[in-house]
Write a protein that binds this ligand. Structure first.
Ligand code: IPD
Ligand code: CA
Ligand code: CA
Length: 259
């Protein structure tokens, strides 16, 4: 394993341990609102601190962009870590066992390493640029034959920006007519990792943040899938609007969504 991926894994496992300990107690966890339907708890912050401390120990000069603490020092460094310490906060706070930690490492703006860790199922999704994607060490390869007809797609609703609903609903309706079924599981980084694992054949969501997407994006590419924005372009990190999937599925999704 690449040494920087190894540190990312160590950081994700440390955060996972903290999240699971509290989750297993089954007690309500205090949360405060960051915006409409957007919550943060002390557990998001504790997990983020564990990740940053782990990275800092090995790479004190690297830059860090973490969801809860914002841009940290090292912004001019070629290496930047992009962290979502708890993706699926709403699930977590409600005792729904579907959430993850997502950590990506960029070098000069391009994602080199990615980890998505589900501490409930102890599933570790990893990817290194040019070296493939793995789930618990087993190589992931997206089936190039799978098509939109019969596909299981995943999505996220625009619950933090409900003015986007009409545009979103149109895309949802168009796709739903052509696929087998759709899931809304509640953790975008895990949705993307599931696409890499072939559990979902495609995914789309509007208004995501870089820390939701970067690790999963690398995983999907390394597993043989495609990632783009809702128009087939490369602008998804800036716009937050993302489509991803098996190659044939994605090519068939794009025109259907914009019908
Ligand atoms: C959210 C989850 C959710 C997605 C939201 C994200 P958070 O992340 O990934 O599935 O629909 O857009 O913001 O807030 O739980 O880290
Ligand atoms: Ca997130
Ligand atoms: Ca989060």
């Amino acid at each position: 394993m690449h040494p920087m991926l190894n540190i990312a894994v160590r950081a994700a496992r440390a955060a996972g341990k903290i999240l699971i300990k509290e989750f297993d107690q089954g007690q309500p966890i205090d949360a405060t609102s960051k915006g409409p339907n957007d919550w943060v708890s002390e557990m998001d912050r504790a997990a983020e601190k564990a990740i940053i401390d782990t990275i800092r120990k090995s790479y004190p000069e690297h830059g860090i962009i973490a969801e809860e603490s914002g841009q940290q020092q090292g912004t001019d460094n070629d290496f930047q870590w992009v962290i979502d310490p708890l993706d699926g906060t709403t699930n977590y706070l409600r005792g729904i066992p579907h959430f993850c930690i997502s950590i990506a490492l960029l070098h000069k703006g391009s994602v080199q390493q990615g980890v998505v860790y589900d501490p409930v199922r102890e599933e570790l999704f990893t990817a290194s640029r040019g070296a493939g994607a793995q789930l618990n060490g087993r190589r992931l390869r997206i089936d190039p034959k799978v098509e939109l007809k019969g596909a299981l797609l995943a999505t996220g609703f625009p619950f933090k920006a409900k003015h986007k609903l009409p545009e979103y609903q149109q895309m949802f309706n168009n796709l739903f007519e052509h696929c087998a079924d759709m899931r809304r599981a509640g953790a975008a980084a895990l949705d993307l990792a599931y696409v890499a694992a072939g559990r979902f054949d495609g995914f789309f969501e509007m208004g995501l943040k870089p820390w939701d997407m970067l690790a999963g994006e690398l995983m999907i590419r390394e597993a043989g899938g495609i990632v783009c924005d809702l128009d087939g372009g490369h602008n998804y990190i800036q716009s937050g609007n993302i489509t991803a999937g098996a190659p044939k599925v994605l090519k068939q999704m794009l025109p259907v969504m914009r019908k």
